[in-house]
Every structure is written in C-alpha cells, then in structure tokens.
Design a protein around this ligand. Structure first.
Ligand code: ATP
Ligand SMILES: O=C(O)C[C@@H](O)[C@H](O)C(=O)CO
Length: 639
C-alpha cells in the first residue's frame, strides 16, 4: 500500500538566518531559526501542498535535533525515517542576505548527524510505502551516505517507486571549496562529475540549475552538459534558469534550451534567492506525481514549480516561505498584483492563516490572566498572587493530563512563574496585553510604546487583548482603540505570534443580535485579522449567525472563536454553551472566575490549603469541560 507520495533522503539542518538584510554576515545582530537542508525543505514544501511526505535523515540527540523533528511534525511530515544520532550534533547553517545576488553562508556540518546516515537507516518496508524517492547531491559525497542513498534507490525501483535527484551542488560540502565559500554554487571538479555520472542512470527525474548540469556534464556549455547527462540517463531533465523559469526535456536535447517544455513564470521582485530550488522542486513534485506513470503535464508541473520558486525568492527563510495548497491555488488564479510578494497583504494573510500548525479545533481554556480582580481581593500580595497562579496552572495540567484541546490564559506581571512553567506542556497559552479595565484601551507597560516587548515572548504564547468597545462609540474613541489594537496586531504578526481579540460591548452599552457582528466588521475594516475571537456568550442563534457571517466574509481561515465567562454562575454558562456549541466555528470556552473566584478568596484569606485549592479548581474546570463537551456532542447529533 502506497501511504506516502514522497520520501526525501539526506541533509537536515537548523538554518540560522540573519535578520538584517543588506549587511555583512560579520555584522549580523540576530538570527531567525528555521529548519533547513534541501531534502528537509522539500519534504516540508510538498507537505504544505498536500502531498504525504517523509524524510530520511539523522539529527543530534539535543535541542536542535528535537526542534527539527518537532517542526517536521508540525509541518505534517512523516518522521519515521528521522533517526537520532547518539554521538553527533545536528548540522547548523548560518546565512545572510547581502543583496539580491549574494548570500554569505557558513555550513557547520563537520561530522554532523545527517552525514552519519547509513544503509542501516534504510528500512525496506518504509521505502515500499512510497510512490517516489528523492535524493539530493550532497549525500553522494561520502561512501557511507552514498551507500544509504543507493540502497533507498534500489528499493524504490524494486517497489515501483519513481526516483528523483536534485543535483543540489554545494562545492563546500564536497570538500572542493573552503569554509569561507559556503555560498559558492560552482567549482569545477572531475571527482564530483565522475561520481554524479556514475549514478545518474538510477533516476527518472533529474533537476538542476545550469551550473549544476555543468558539474554533472563536466562542461560549462549547458546544452552540451545536458547531452552528456542524456548519454548516461533516460531521466526527464529539468533545468532551472532563475528568473527565466525552467525547461524540461523528456527525450533528446535540442540545440537550444528555449526548445524545452516550459510553464508560465512569475515576474516578482527578488528578496532572497536561497531555497528557491527546494520550493521549486516541491511544486514540481506535485505536478509530476499528479500525472500517470509515463505522462506528466509539464507546463502545469512547471507552473506549480515556478510559482513555488517565486514565493521562496520573495520571502525570508527557505521552508517558511513555501506556500500552502490554498495559497498556491489563490495565487495561480489571481496572479501577481505587486512584484514584492511579501508585501502583498492579501497573499500574506492567506500564507499566515493556511500554514499555522496545531489542531485547536477544541478549546477548553482556564483563564487566570486576571490582575485587577485578584489585586482587589482581601489578603492579596504580589507574592501570593504569583503563587496562586501556579496553583491554577497545576489545576489546569491535572485536567489536561496530556490531552489535546486544553489551554490557559495567564499574564506575566503577576503570573510569570506559572506562565513560564506552562511552556512546553502542550497547553494553548494566551497572554494578556491590555491594561486591566482600560477604556480607551491602553496596554501593559512591559510591551513598550512600540510593542517591541513582544520580541521577547515565547513563540507559543498567543497575544491576547481585551477591548471594551461598542458600535455607538464616538469616532475619536473608535479610532483611538482601533489604532492601539492595530499596532499590537501588527507587532504580533511581525514576531510570528498568534493574536486573540476579545471584545465586550455589553459593559459599554446595550447589545442586540447585531452588536457583535458590527464590531467584528469594524475591526476587519481597520485591517485587523485576529487568529482568534473571544466573544461574550451570545444568547440567540441570530446573534451568533451574524457574528460568524461577519468573520467568514473577511477571513475563512481563522482559528476560531472562544466564549468568555464574565464570572457567570455555572448554570448560566451551561445555557450559553448550548447555544454556542451549535456553531462549529466556536471552538470552546475561556472561563476564569467561575473556576477560581471563590477558591482565590478563601485561599488568600488562608482558609484553604494549596492542595485543596488545586483540587477544587480542577473539579470545577473538569465539570465545565464536561458541560462544553456534552453541549458540542448534542449539537453534532442534532446536526
Ligand atoms: N527572480 C526570479 N523571479 C521569478 N522566479 C524565480 C526567480 N528566481 C528563481 N525563481 C524560480 O525559482 C526557481 C529556482 O531558482 P534557482 O534557479 O535560483 O534555484 P537554486 O539555485 O536551485 O536555488 P537554491 O539552491 O538557493 O535553493 C527558478 O527556476 C524559478 O522558477
Ligand atoms: O544548502 C544551503 O544553501 C543552505 C541550507 O541550509 C538551506 O536550507 C538549503 O538547503 C537551501 O537549498
């Protein structure tokens, strides 16, 4: 049974990408961390396009190795072929964008984990599951890794899988360029040419840039080089030509590259050429695997490939730049409206919203991000407040018990220890930014006037802001509040953080079935696209339908809605859950004082022990989860 579309094999690394553009690598001040390495990038790129992909590689037994494995999983890549090497470190690469053409790069790959890949890592049953196997050049550079690649290819042939090669020539990794020349893409070498030519017959598809065909063919005349390759391989040859796109040759090589099959290209502005080839190959594989065994629609496959290459060239990083299938389809239909794709707001929104990871279709959130309400309780001190929030976290974890679909809201001013302890537990973590009770909205000072403080936030923290607003607000108040929310939203996106917008109109003025929907439309009109909405429990189906219509009219890919609690008694919450659970976009609840209010008062007064406080809060939280789950189940059955 073919359960996988493609298995890639070879390099995996952590790419540390300089964040300043236009400067020297020597002067780089900060780096963004992405997963990298050609086969790893292609596994992710294809997974984003909806292919079932896997990668065979090795990572170190340390934090960066775990990062690669976890990120692959987040990207939807099968990691059964990822081995943890007990001795060697994960490969690292430092990269910079100097200008449109140059990208200084240092490989930290000496004796790295993926170069220890061996025949033992190639499992026959695993290869048998794949429709195609893709190798890249670097792993042909050492006898041990070459043996692994050859075994995988042999098995691919045995089980009827197609085979593909990205020549992916990195002279430095063949030992023919120095440490300072990581960027180099071509150094003549008879040794490399001979090695490549000895294996080219094993492939059905070979992809390379003109320079990569030069090394494979042993000549810097591209047509002549392609003919040499044709002499040793029947593969379809695809030659990449940068901004000019690419051409495919199924049979004899004509006297001009222009006579190959080609697909439409995309006139875009170059931002970062690194990783374009891996994006390209991801798109190409989609087209190649869509075809029958001996029939590929090359113009379409090359159109996918050119589009994915164009995305890669337009954005920072390799894998993070690649499109989702929804994004690719949107782009192919709509076309280029501005050459700098990374500033195309509509496209960026689809990119962001269709490449988020994690299943949060169910949200049971224990909210203890309260500050003012806690500070006003008898017996409160900052020390006790912090300790109480740690008890809240304990209660949350007790109920979560390793399951999916649970979360917390916790602040940093009082709840810092709980917030930090929650990281990595699998809980969804929202973190408030509003100054409690403020209207017009002001933010917690720790964020700084430009919200630059968000750069220090853990990536899994969701930026939450509560805005007291109402459609009857005067124009100045509305403009003022929207501008604060927009500033925070923009900073959140810039820092790669999800954004939750909570609105509470009922504390400002009278509400009816239209109120929430109107406010939602106003925020979208102001350019604010929250990942999450946190809404008051609407009491009628009509009110929910209006709110949801407002959301879907602007953003069909948002995460969802959570219903808030407002210190309501449990019975009242249960009634509101019944209505809300009828709408799929409502993912769950975020409730606080109904769970912790009474316990907090008694604990601060010294009448309850720590353990009793945790037990009582866990009991209430669990009960609320049960109420929500039953309401959802009932709604599903009714539907
Ligand atoms: N300036 C550009 N404009 C439009 N598309 C481009 C541009 N540059 C590259 N592409 C697309 O990306 C594909 C791959 O680009 P390129 O030839 O630079 O690959 P590469 O050298 O293998 O990249 P890398 O090795 O850095 O991953 C091209 O064939 C084309 O489809
Ligand atoms: O090989 C490189 O150029 C650097 C890699 O780390 C990067 O992720 C890549 O493989 C691009 O093709």
């Amino acid at each position: 049974m073919k359960t996988l579309d493609v298995i890639t094999i070879g390099r995996s690394s952590v790419d540390l990408y300089g964040q300043q553009v236009g400067g020297r690598l020597e002067d780089m001040g900060s780096f963004a961390k992405y997963i990298g390495g050609s086969p790893t990038n292609i596994a992710c790129g294809t997974a984003r396009l909806g292919l079932r992909s896997a990668v065979i590689t090795r990572v170190g037994d340390e934090h960066m190795g775990r990062f690669i494995r976890e990120q692959l999983q987040r990207e939807g890549v099968d990691v059964r072929g990822v081995t943890t090497d007990p001795e060697r470190l994960t490969a690292l690469v430092l990269l910079g964008i100097r200008d449109e053409d140059s990208f200084p790069l240092i490989f930290y790959r000496e004796n790295c984990a993926d170069m220890a890949l061996s025949e033992d890592d190639i499992d026959e049953g695993f290869i048998a599951e794949a429709r195609s196997v893709l190798a890249t050049g670097t792993h042909l550079s050492h006898p041990r890794t070459e043996a692994a690649v050859l075994k995988a290819l042999e098995l691919a042939r045995k089980y009827g899988a197609k085979t593909a090669l990205d020549i992916d020539y990195r002279p430095n990794l063949w030992g023919v360029a120095g440490h300072d020349e990581g960027e180099s893409r071509f150094v003549e070498s008879e040794k490399v040419t001979a090695k490549l030519q000895s294996v080219l017959y094993l492939f059905d598809l070979i992809v390379g840039t003109e320079e990569e065909f030069h090394i494979a063919g042993g000549t810097s005349d591209t047509v002549a080089a392609l003919r040499v390759v044709r002499g040793v391989s029947d593969a379809v040859l695809v030659c990449k030509r940068g901004a000019a796109g690419a051409v495919a040759f199924e049979g004899a090589i004509p006297d001009s590259l222009d006579k190959g099959e080609s697909g439409p290209g995309f006139p875009i502005e170059v931002f970062n050429v690194l990783g374009a080839g891996d994006g390209f190959f991801s798109g190409l594989l989609k087209g190649w695997l869509e075809g029958s065994d001996d029939q590929t629609d090359w113009p379409t496959a090359l159109q996918y490939a050119n589009a994915c290459g164009a995305f890669a060239v337009s954005r920072h990083g390799c894998t993070p730049a690649y499109p989702s299938l929804t994004e690719l389809e949107f782009f192919l239909k709509r076309g280029v409206i501005r050459p700098d794709l990374r500033n195309d707001a509509e496209l960026e929104q689809i990119h962001w919203a269709t490449n988020r990871s994690g299943d949060w279709s169910s949200m049971r959130v224990f909210a203890f991000d309260h500050r003012k309400q806690l500070e006003e309780m008898d017996g409160y001190t900052p020390g006790k407040g912090g300790a109480f929030k740690e008890l809240c976290l304990k209660a949350a974890l007790r109920v979560q018990d390793g399951q999916r679909g649970y979360g917390i809201l916790c602040d940093t001013r009082i709840g810092k220890r709980a917030l930090q302890a929650a990281s990595g537990t699998g809980l969804w973590i929202g973190r408030p930014c509003e100054w409690p009770g403020s209207r017009p909205l002001t933010l917690e000072p720790e964020l700084g006037a430009d919200c630059g403080g968000l750069s220090e936030w853990a990536r899994e923290n969701v930026v939450k802001v509560l805005c007291f607003c109402h459609p009857d607000d005067d124009a100045a108040t509305r403009a003022d509040q929207e501008s604060v929310v927009r500033r925070l939203f923009t900073a959140a996106r810039r820092n790669g953080l999800e954004f939750l917008l909570e609105i509470i109109p009922s504390k400002v003025g009278p509400v009816d079935d239209q109120t929430t929907g109107v406010l939602i439309r106003q925020f979208y009109a102001a350019g604010i696209y929250p990942d999450w909405w946190k809404l008051e429990p609407l009491t009628t189906r009509a009110a929910w339908a209006n709110a949801i219509a407002a959301i879907e009219a602007h953003d069909r890919h948002m995460r969802g809605i959570v219903v808030l609690g407002l210190d309501a008694p449990e019975a009242e919450l249960a009634a509101s859950f019944e209505v809300a659970a009828g709408f799929d976009l409502v993912r769950g609840f975020a409730v606080g004082r109904t769970i912790f209010g009474e316990v907090a008062r008694e604990w601060l007064a010294g009448r309850v022990s720590d353990e009793d406080a945790v037990a009582r809060m866990a009991k209430r939280y669990r009960r609320l989860c049960g109420i929500w789950d039953r309401a959802r189940e009932k709604a599903r059955q009714a539907a």
